[in-house]
Design a protein around this ligand. Structure first.
Ligand code: IPE
Ligand code: IPE
Ligand code: MG
Length: 258
């Protein structure tokens, strides 16, 4: 009897989530969602656990939200996993963070392949440890034929450095004659950024109550809708993601018009 009741309750909850998703897809779904996954350390601290326990818990949330976003028809999901400033953290924490992509991909890559997800990365690949690079490259290779959602890891990523590097490349290309000065439009400049041909994010989510960008996608977020929550990343659930999408659907985007 108890078992039966438990099962009933569970299936009822699934139905509610399914219904919510069905309702949401009747309205415009953000094509590109970007997330600043913050609050792992505080989540761990609240439980008297080491900070890395928060990072480990946060990894599971990435998988859950990837699946949900893919189901909803989101075309790209960019997740900020490590900033160019995060090297300032204690070496033990940095080492752990650099092992996470490997652990994430070892555990979930088959599932991502099955879900038709394409793994990509933005950030300075050259200065991450060899083992991390190998895992990310393998994931990109194994999923490059997939046609579903792009799961884009921002790893060792910094918005200002990205813009500066784009400027330098543009200068080089004008010097060598590949590009003429009057051809440098916003669209062309965007192609020089790490996001390349990816559309700008429609929706940015930041968890943990911090209301700042922390050097994330400074160019690309010019007209993005922002959604902040106090929820810490390891506690971020499907309900919270739906809340963000539903809030996005109620926004009126004017892009400077009326
Ligand atoms: C986000 O959680 C993950 C990374 C920045 C790598 P934090 O580690 O920043 O967690 P808090 O902000 O200290 O709680
Ligand atoms: C931003 O979070 C970077 C990531 C989520 C990877 P931080 O925790 O590093 O940002 P600040 O230091 O609070 O601005
Ligand atoms: Mg933080």
């Amino acid at each position: 009897m108890l078992h039966k009741l438990g099962f009933k309750k569970h299936s009822k909850k699934l139905d509610a989530q399914e219904q919510r998703e069905q309702e949401a897809i009747k309205h415009p779904i953000p094509k590109h969602v970007a997330i600043i996954m913050d609050g792992n350390g505080r989540w761990a601290k609240k439980r008297a656990l080491p900070r890395v326990a928060g990072h480990h818990e946060g990894m599971k949330v990435v998988k859950k939200i990837t699946k949900l976003a893919n189901r909803l028809g989101v075309q790209a999901l960019t997740v900020y996993a490590f900033s160019t400033e995060n090297w300032k953290r204690p070496k033990s924490e940095v080492d752990y963070l650099m092992k996470l992509p490997e652990e994430f991909l070892d555990t979930y890559l088959p599932e991502l392949v099955e879900e038709n997800v394409q793994v990509r990365m933005i950030g300075y690949m050259d200065s991450i440890p060899e083992h991390t690079k190998r895992a990310v490259k393998k994931a990109m290779e194994d999923t490059k034929g997939n046609t579903g959602m792009i799961l884009n890891f921002a790893l060792n990523y910094g918005g200002r450095a990205e813009i500066l590097d784009a400027v330098k490349q543009v200068l080089n290309d004008t010097k060598s004659g590949i590009l003429k000065e009057d051809e440098i439009t916003e669209d062309i400049f965007s192609k020089y950024l790490m996001t390349g041909t990816l559309d700008d994010p429609d929706l940015l989510i930041r968890t943990s109550g911090e209301i700042r960008l922390s050097n994330f996608m400074l160019w690309q977020l010019a007209y993005t809708e922002f959604w902040f929550t106090d929820v810490l990343w390891p506690d971020f659930s499907e309900d919270h993601f739906m809340e963000a999408v539903e809030a996005y659907q109620k926004r009126s985007r004017r892009f400077g018009g009326v």
